[in-house]
Design a protein around this ligand. Structure first.
Ligand code: PRP
Length: 186
């Protein structure tokens, strides 16, 4: 795999800025859920994991974590199409839990719309959304966002959990791809 610097256009959110904001979000969540029993953070694989593990270390309220995976299919692998299905279910019964969904990015909103509908049918005690990156101008379905890291422009981003053909999720910052220099593998 190529070095990301070969197709890096710009660093959109640098490591220090990310970490500062994540600490703020963790503090806000800790205040809001203070004294709450049965807090469960749910991460949607795979992009959300990097954000989850940093965020949870700033949440002082005792909590559990669980994971689910969904897959979107249809035209074009790069964009969610609205056709979403569950590929990995939770291990946790959520009906007696306060659920906080943790996601790396919201684009069209189709993924979270599906996940929120799906989780609502299981009647959790509460259900809120925490998203690191909000590509607000791309939204096609409205999503309630309770905790938002950054609103970002409609640019092709990678790093900090977000992949380019499954690579580069490990980068500690959010970067923009120079699409003239990056050739997708498929
Ligand atoms: C990304 C992201 C969200 C979804 C947002 O996942 O993690 O789940 O896209 O897009 P939407 O708002 O248009 O539905 P992706 O499908 O890239 O999978 P990944 O998390 O495994 O990288």
């Amino acid at each position: 795999m190529r070095d990301y610097r070969e197709f890096l256009s710009e660093i959109l959110v640098d490591e220090a800025t990310l970490q500062r904001r994540i600490a703020e979000l963790g503090a806000e969540i800790s205040r809001d859920y203070a004294g709450v029993e049965n807090l469960l953070l749910i991460c949607i694989l795979r992009g959300g994991v990097v954000f989850l593990v940093d965020l949870m270390r700033h949440i002082t309220v005792p909590h559990m974590v669980d994971f689910m995976a969904i897959s979107s299919y249809g035209v074009g692998a790069r964009e969610t199409t609205g056709h979403v299905r569950l590929t990995l279910d939770l291990q946790t019964d959520i009906h007696d839990k306060h659920v906080l969904l943790v996601e790396d990015i919201i684009d069209s909103g189709y993924t979270l719309s599906y996940v929120l509908d799906f989780l609502s049918t299981r009647k959790p005690k509460s259900l809120k959304v925490c998203v690191l990156l909000d590509k607000a101008e791309r939204r096609e379905v409205p999503i309630p966002i309770h905790y938002r890291g950054f609103t970002i422009p409609n640019k092709f981003v990678f790093g900090y959990g977000l992949d380019l053909d499954e690579y580069y999720r490990n980068l500690p910052f959010v970067a923009v791809v120079d699409l003239e220099k990056y050739t997708p593998s498929s």
